[in-house]
Design a protein around this ligand. Structure first.
Ligand SMILES: NC(=O)c1ccc[n+]([C@@H]2O[C@H](COP(=O)([O-])OP(=O)(O)OC[C@H]3O[C@@H](n4cnc5c(N)ncnc54)[C@H](OP(=O)(O)O)[C@@H]3O)[C@@H](O)[C@H]2O)c1
Length: 238
């Protein structure tokens, strides 16, 4: 992906707005998802934003006029196929941890829910799917989290979107309320040691996701995989 200068980006955003595209977000209640929604509303890139999640979020006020919410049962996602119809772009920031959901739960959320959602979105007409994966993704790995992320990437890629952008951030920097001691410790360390190599703020990921939608991909390149360094470059255009 060719990275434009700020003036070029503003022109691309302006022409994107005129297309009046619609999108959905999976995982809008999470740390990246919250920043993505906030940044999306600030930039007003989409004419309608649908949040698809397992619970309704408390979003009141004029800022959210173009936001609608769909509560789904991810274990019976086919019953909610209609919710995935008619979106131009889909963003997926879903995920859990092994500590929170166990190994089976991690596979279910980070791979099965993600791939199932992608397939329903594709069937519903979505053309560009943006997946937040992880720096460690590797479908051949013997380590569960790496393998699950790699398998999710493969499943989403196989759905056959016109464009698919896979984000592979390193440690996410955010003000997380949930207790994740290892993540907390890693954050304390990486901010002092090569922070741009080993970490990235969720707001930078969110901005990079939006920029990846407005910046045209290379001709003929259906799937793009963005590593942590590229996410920094793409998300920090001022
Ligand atoms: N943590 C890191 O440092 C790191 C680094 C690289 C990549 N990643 C990946 O980046 C993605 C986003 O991470 P994040 O930290 O921003 O996310 P997060 O704060 O953990 O939020 C996860 C989202 O997934 C939803 N979710 C979790 N379990 C669910 C379930 N059983 N059914 C339905 N929805 C469920 C949550 O909904 P509720 O609010 O309803 O729970 C929330 O919206 C994840 O795929 C993660 O693996 C994380």
């Amino acid at each position: 992906m060719a990275v434009p200068n700020p003036e070029e980006l503003r022109k691309l955003q302006e022409s994107f707005r005129k297309k009046k595209q619609t999108c959905f977000i999976l995982g809008a209640s999470g740390e990246t998802g919250k920043d993505l929604l906030a940044e999306m509303l600030r930039q007003q890139l989409f004419s309608r934003v649908t949040l698809i999640g397992r619970r309704k979020l408390d979003l009141e006020g004029p800022l959210y006029t173009n936001v609608c919410q769909e509560v789904v049962d991810f274990e019976k996602l086919d019953e909610s196929a209609a919710v995935f119809q008619g979106h131009d772009v889909g963003f997926c920031c879903l995920g859990t941890t092994r500590a929170k959901s166990g190994a089976a739960g991690l596979i279910r959320v980070d791979r099965d829910y993600v791939v199932h959602s992608a397939n329903l979105a594709k069937a519903g007409g979505c053309r560009h799917f943006i997946l937040e994966s992880g720096a460690c993704a590797d479908k051949t790995s013997i380590l569960l989290i790496r393998r699950v992320k790699g398998e999710a990437e493969a499943g989403v890629t196989a759905a056959g979107f016109d464009h698919c952008t896979i984000f592979r951030p390193a440690l996410l920097l955010c003000d997380r309320q949930e207790s994740r001691p290892l993540e907390w410790l890693a954050r304390k360390v990486v901010v002092h040691v090569f922070p741009k190599v080993f970490s990235v703020p969720t707001v930078t990921v969110a901005r990079a996701m939006l920029n990846s939608v407005v910046i045209p991909g290379k001709d003929g390149q259906k799937v793009e995989v963005l590593d942590n360094a590229t996410i920094h470059v793409l998300g920090e255009i001022e």
